[in-house]
Design a protein around this ligand. Structure first.
Ligand SMILES: Cc1ncc(COP(=O)(O)O)c(C=O)c1O
Length: 478
């Protein structure tokens, strides 16, 4: 029988399509209520960390340098109280084949696609991940389709996303470009169904396992360079896979005391699904427009259960302003001679602020850089912002209002530590986890699961469940 390609019918087939496109059945991880078996999902990648390292080395991924940013550290010390100004290091992930840590993620998906005998590989992403999948597909001689959400309804696209189209095409991928809206998922499902290609989802267990090598390398390199583990690893956070994989890798290297901090550009007030807001932001990833919804509701992605679960690993979440990241991008280029892209510089900005509050002998590792290019640099981004009615000025970063202005700090001391409210996010996570499975009750297993997911105690979890009218089932005592 011919398939029904109406929006409703295709969306109703999404589980079936995804099952074929990933070669995985997520049902077996489900408990029937809120809890699911995350570690079993990760174990089913079926590759040890050593094997993942081998796969990555065979395609030129990983083993990137860890560099100390002495001049930026000196600047932070100049504006810090006496004795403060932690040492800042950076992992130069732009050295990966397509220029970002996303190659680590894509390398394992492309390996699996080939191993499982898929005819090609596809991904829905308008960011670096598309280029990473296209590059890894090229290395394995697999046809590749990248679906991008890149225009508003005026057909105007962000310079960074348009640049990404050219990059994906230069690796030989076919790029499907869409306007902002719900058609992205529909189109992606149709492509997977029509082609039978592997879904290189950003949120699969393969992708996240691929990022573990990044956390692992940071710990090994830090130990050999300075003889100890870093105090903080600062990770740019959007969908949460970067943070999850890095934290898991650091744990596997035995880093027990290293704190994992997330950092995102504060885009509060802008809606990512809005046609009006789409081109009013200067950052296409590493911002709260992804960071907040994906942390609090990880399972709304293109797989039934996301392997990216940042609230399980995050110790603190810092927010930075758009203007601050532009400032630090220039500072990195002019003080350290490293011209790098915006996503990595988001965590660098947060690290620059945090360094001023930590002791001089403490160590912060900024977990990545990314390549930069014609669409990513401050110049095209700021011109684009101006064309879209954003006011540009120098001044006090605290006065920046996303979608209205970009304030370039008039002094580096404007770059300050600002915390997101993690407890609020964790409460929101618990509410959405229950909603996700339409739960009206929570079992003992659910409570333990939610405690592990949020790293909060029993009282916190039970209070959050009760606030949402979820009945707590008492364990049956014999
Ligand atoms: C260079 C770079 N850094 C960080 C991120 C954020 O990663 P995640 O979405 O896994 O949180 C992205 C994702 O788009 C990225 O491309």
């Amino acid at each position: 029988m011919a398939h029904d390609y109406s929006y409703k019918a295709v969306m109703a087939r999404d589980n079936e399509i995804m099952k074929k496109a990933l070669g995985m059945d997520y049902e077996k991880y489900e408990s029937g209520n809120i809890a699911f078996d995350y570690e079993a999902l990760m174990n089913d990648v079926g590759l040890s960390l050593e094997e993942i390292i081998q796969i990555q080395r065979s395609v030129g991924v990983g083993n990137t340098p860890l560099l100390e940013l002495k001049n930026l550290t000196a600047l932070a010390r100049k504006i810090s109280p006496k004795g403060k100004g932690a040492r800042i290091f950076v992992k130069d992930e732009q050295c990966n084949p397509s220029g970002s840590f996303k190659d680590r993620r894509a390398s394992i998906s492309a390996y699996m696609a080939q191993k499982l005998g898929y005819k090609g590989i596809a991904a829905a992403t308008s960011g670096n991940y598309g280029a990473a999948v296209a590059s890894q597909a090229a290395m394995r001689n697999l046809p590749c389709i990248i679906v991008q959400e890149c225009f508003d309804s005026r057909k105007i696209g962000q310079p960074e996303i348009l640049e990404k189209q050219r990059k994906c095409e230069s690796y030989g991928a076919e790029v499907v470009q869409l306007t902002v809206g719900p058609e992205l998922f529909y189109t992606y499902l149709r492509i997977l169904e029509d082609t039978g290609y592997f879904n290189a989802s950003l949120y699969s267990n393969f992708g996240i396992a691929g990022v573990e090598t990044l956390g692992y390398e940071i710990i090994q390199q830090c130990r050999s360079m300075v003889g100890r583990d870093p105090d903080v690893i600062m990770v740019t956070n959007a969908g949460g896979g970067n943070l999850t994989g890095t934290a898991r890798g650091a744990q596997k290297a035995g880093a027990e005391k290293t704190l994992i901090f997330g950092a995102s550009v504060d885009l509060a007030g802008l809606s990512m699904a809005s046609d009006h807001d789409f081109n009013r932001k200067s950052f296409t990833t590493g911002h709260t427009g992804f960071g907040m919804p994906y942390a609090t509701d990880p399972d709304h992605s293109d797989v039934p259960r996301s392997a990216a679960r940042p609230l399980k690993y995050i110790d603190d979440y810092l927010l930075v302003k758009q203007g601050e990241v532009f400032y630090i991008t220039e500072a990195l280029a002019q003080l350290e001679g490293m011209e790098r892209g915006p996503a990595g510089n988001t965590s660098l900005t947060a690290a620059f602020a945090l360094a001023q509050t930590l002791d001089e002998d403490q160590i912060i590792v900024v977990q990545e850089t990314e390549y930069t290019g014609a669409g990513k640099s401050p110049q095209p981004q700021l011109s684009f912002a101006k064309e879209n009615g954003i006011e540009l000025k120098f001044g006090n970063s605290d006065e920046e209002v996303p979608g209205k202005n970009i304030i370039l700090p008039d002094h580096p001391s404007r770059i300050k530590v600002r915390h997101a409210d993690l407890d609020k996010m964790k409460k929101s996570y618990i509410r959405k986890a229950a909603q996700h499975v339409h739960a009206t009750t929570a079992t003992e297993e659910d409570i333990h699961y939610l405690m592990a997911e949020t790293r909060k105690d029993r009282e916190f979890v039970i209070a959050a469940l009760k606030e949402n009218n979820i009945e707590i089932k008492q364990p049956i005592l014999n």
